[in-house]
Design a protein around this ligand. Structure first.
Ligand code: NFE
Length: 503
């Protein structure tokens, strides 16, 4: 039986998943990005300093990550000496964006795959948020329309959390999380200028000053976000994990893991990062070698050659190409498939013992759930890893503000060589993000982005190997083949963004 799961995401862009189900098992899955973008084409011939502005328009959810990756690439190309304040402000802006994004991913984009919204019908209390949720859910049930528009219903058939108090608590947090996300973005905008699409992030640092009143305002907002993470977000993840322990074993991808490392601790090239970089195959972590990254296009809707390294990349759209089924390219590391994202970051950091807080949190939750760190490669593992990322980042941001030099320089002087090239690597919330820029005659001659969902949501490569998400879906047992709540939970755990993947 062939079933299309699309539209399967509640975030930017159109992701479809074509599945084949036989005897209650998903025997094949194809991730299908259904739109073309062309940012790399748009960038050609432009002023290089437009790049961190234009690439942010790839996505309204993770624009800061694109600005940072572009700034790193240009700093690398122009050989800029970023002052410590500039580097710290990049971290403060990007880290706050991660916090916003983790809460968005869990509450608005995934939690209702597990939380029973109909529990609200039994609510008799006075909380205004919950009364509103009850009205929305009641109205949707009464209307009985085929395609209601509200976020709570319709939903897929399956088991949901049974405990009424947990369900109602999570719905309250669903509403509160939006306010907290706003605070995280307000914090980021103090130094970033605005959200989305920062005007403050620049190659060489940040256009804002390190003012004491700005620092105090930032700290106070991040403290509120931190409390929400510890008091509500982490307990809600634990509640989902307690209700659905089988999801520690569902949705494992079947390749390696890659992380470029997140938040540099100094301005030095190859500085140590808060979360360590690495590439992991069969439990062994090695340093990342960019020469190993190529992009295949056999099943992608491009006529450009396949298996190209970044410097040779090309983007020639071919909507009617025979056999091609997605607008996403297929990046591979040394020819092998890898998963990127929150679980990759945590597993790679944990294996290297880089961050003692990560080690302690992974051990704590692994003991609680009776799992091993390898189980982070799963639906629940990705959700828990985001929460660990969030806890570690929130603490770090508060410490990082103390390191700002009030009134000190925040920007390097920029001199763009006539010809140069550079790579910028960071971690967006959804995983490893790489930008490459080549400048010739002061103009952008080539720009290439390899984006988290390009890895996770990739179609088959030239050798027929599935992408990370496809591999996680194949072999999944499904109760109702027409609906496949199990497959949808797997896809949502990756939080794919097609606007980013195709760019
Ligand atoms: Ni459009 Fe993005 C993140 C990036 S995902 S959300 O996180 O880069 O491919």
């Amino acid at each position: 039986m062939k079933i299309d799961l699309g539209p399967v995401t509640r975030i930017e862009g159109h992701l479809n998943v074509h599945t084949t189900v036989e005897n209650g098992i998903v025997t094949d899955a194809q991730c299908v990005s259904e739109m073309f973008r062309g940012f790399e084409v748009i960038l050609q011939g432009r002023d290089p300093l437009d790049a961190q502005q234009i690439t942010q328009r790839i996505c309204g959810v993770c624009p800061y990550a694109h600005a940072i990756a572009s700034s790193y690439a240009q700093e690398n190309a122009y050989k800029l000496q970023v002052p410590p304040n500039g580097r710290i402000m990049h971290n403060l802006i990007q880290g706050a964006n991660h916090l916003y994004d983790y809460l968005l991913q869990f509450y608005q984009l995934s939690a209702l795959d597990f939380v029973d919204v109909t529990a609200i019908l039994q609510y008799t209390g006075k909380d205004q948020d919950l009364i509103k949720v009850k009205q929305w859910v009641t109205a949707e049930l009464d209307r009985n329309k085929e395609f209601p528009a509200a976020p709570f219903l319709p939903r897929l058939s399956g088991q949901y959390i049974k405990d009424k108090d947990i369900n109602i608590g999570a719905l309250k947090h669903y509403i509160e999380a939006m306010e907290i996300q706003k605070k995280a973005n307000q914090a980021a905008a103090i130094f970033g200028g605005k959200f989305p699409h920062s005007t403050g992030i620049f190659p060489g640092g940040c256009t804002q000053n390190a003012r004491i009143d700005h620092i105090a305002a930032y700290q106070s907002l991040i403290r509120e976000v931190k409390h929400f993470i510890h008091d509500k977000y982490i307990p809600d993840i634990v509640a989902v994990a307690t209700a659905f322990p089988e999801y520690w074993k569902i949705g494992a991808s079947k390749g390696g893991f890659l992380s470029y490392g997140l938040l540099p601790l100094s301005s030095a090239l190859n500085s140590k990062r808060l979360l360590a970089p690495g590439v992991m195959f069969d439990g062994q972590v090695s340093p990342v070698d960019l020469n190993q990254i190529t992009q295949d296009t056999k099943f992608s809707k491009y006529s450009s050659s396949s298996n190209l390294h970044l410097k040779d990349s090309a983007t020639i759209p071919a909507p009617h190409k025979n056999g091609a089924y997605s607008w996403t390219k297929a990046p591979r590391y040394g020819g092998r498939m890898v998963e990127v994202g929150p679980a990759a970051r945590i597993m790679i950091d944990y294996h290297q013992g880089n961050n003692p807080v990560v080690t302690q949190l992974v051990n704590h939750f692994a003991g609680l759930a009776k799992i091993t760190p390898a189980n982070l490669n799963s639906v629940l593992g990705r959700h828990l890893s985001r929460a660990i990322n969030a806890a570690v980042i929130a603490d770090f941001l508060l410490e990082e503000t103390e390191r700002l030099d009030h009134g000190g320089p925040t920007m390097a002087d920029i001199v763009i060589p006539n010809s140069c090239e550079g790579f910028g690597m960071t971690e967006a919330s959804r995983g490893g993000l790489l930008h490459y820029i080549r400048v010739e005659n002061h103009k952008i001659a080539k720009y290439e982005c390899v984006v988290p969902t390009t890895w996770n949501g990739s179609p088959r490569d030239d050798n027929g190997q599935p992408g990370a998400m496809e591999s996680a879906l194949i072999g999944t047992k499904v109760q109702t083949p027409e609906e496949q709540i199990e497959s949808v939970r797997i896809v949502h755990s990756f939080d794919p963004c097609i606007a980013c993947a195709v760019h």
